[in-house]
Design a protein around this ligand. Structure first.
Ligand code: BT5
Length: 334
């Protein structure tokens, strides 16, 4: 572990004596001091007190702030603005990096699936997690499901009633009558919401490279509309600011998301059961656009590593990728 991260971890446990940390890490006192100075330059205002160095009360949303107190083994690279965090993570993957999260306040060229645009103004949680899991490429969809669960749980901790639409959307509101006070749905958008089965709070873009039987690198990129006005987003989208009526602590939110993602990917058996509990797709009448054509029917299950099982009335069809539309509000079924 490098001195910077060791220092951040030590600060999380209370005041840190520079000389003691130097001894613990077997580095010079000057190296510890340099690490302290570097954190301060990053905006992480380490205080010097008679008991030693102390972390700031209100850590910033920066690399140091996100790594501080993070209970997951990822280093963070933070950008005020970047083209796409997934593109940056792919560059780092090509250089051999791993266990790294690229985070940006704003993306100038955010991407959705199939080269669609992703609107990513300042204030969002735009992140790409780069790992090299020891699994075959066919298992990659399970990582999308895992991060969808992680995003959903982080939103629910804020009191937002988020749920997952297969395969990669996190939505709010299920088309319940407008004015029920549950979803913050504005009347102008109600019919849209019903058609879509909710308003989109987050999306996920997963990309990878691999050999026949082994993933080389995997980038899972959640994008969450956090402290953004809905007017800045495409129609049908919502944000945590809108849902909560106030700005959220993006640092804490991203930490929870990353911790949950790490927890689930370390115990892959838990991913599917957790996903099933948080989705509105199972039980819904759906239309899925796939490369091979449209599939209509009732979604009955999700199977490892992430395929949707659709009962068409004649047979059970397994869909591995595609855009899914809920044709009927799921309302009470959820
Ligand atoms: C997705 O694609 O939902 C995946 C989005 C992934 C974004 C993250 S941000 C961090 C990382 N870096 C990246 O460059 N990307 C990832 P898809 O299912 O194809 O949905 C795209 C569609 O969602 C667009 O065509 C719009 O209709 C809509 N959309 C665009 N921006 C949106 C936003 N901010 N919120 C909600 N919907 C949006």
């Amino acid at each position: 572990m490098d001195t910077r991260r060791a220092l951040l971890d030590a600060l999380d446990d209370g005041p840190v004596s520079g000389p003691a940390l130097a001894d613990d890490l077997d580095v010079s006192r000057a190296a510890v001091w340099k690490a302290v100075e570097a954190l301060r330059e990053e905006g992480f205002a380490v205080e010097s007190t008679p008991n030693g160095y102390v972390a700031p009360d209100d850590p910033p949303y920066t690399a140091a702030g996100i790594e501080y107190g993070l209970n997951a083994p990822y280093a963070v690279e933070f950008h005020d603005a970047v083209g796409s965090t997934n593109d940056r993570a792919r560059e780092l993957a090509a250089d051999g990096a791993s266990d790294l999260v690229v985070v940006a306040d704003e993306q100038l060229g955010g991407r959705g699936r199939l080269d669609r645009q992703w609107t990513a103004p300042s204030g969002g949680v735009w992140a790409s997690v780069l790992t090299r899991p020891d699994v075959p490429p066919a298992h990659a969809p399970a990582f999308t499901l895992a991060v969808a669960v992680a995003v959903t749980d982080a939103c629910r901790e804020l009191g937002v009633d988020a749920y997952i639409k297969w395969p990669n959307d996190v939505l709010v509101g299920d088309g319940s009558p407008v004015g029920d006070g549950r979803s913050g749905v504005s009347s102008g958008r109600a019919s849209d919401d019903r058609a879509r089965g909710g308003r989109k709070l987050a999306g996920i873009l997963t990309e990878m490279e691999g050999e026949a039987d082994q993933v080389s690198w995997l980038v899972v990129g959640p994008g969450v509309n956090a402290n953004i006005d809905a007017e800045e987003l495409p129609t049908g989208a919502t944000s945590l600011r809108e849902q909560c009526g106030a700005d959220i602590d993006r640092r804490r939110f991203l930490q929870r998301l990353l911790e949950r993602y790490h927890e689930l990917t370390a115990a892959p058996d838990r991913i599917l059961p957790a996903w099933r509990e948080r989705t509105s797709t199972i039980g819904a009448r759906v239309r899925v656009d796939t490369a091979a054509g449209e599939v209509h029917g009732v979604a009955v299950d999700v199977e490892f590593p992430g395929g949707l099982v659709v009962d068409t009335g004649d047979e059970h069809v397994r869909v591995h990728a595609g855009d899914c539309e809920h044709l009927r509000p799921v309302g009470n079924e959820r």
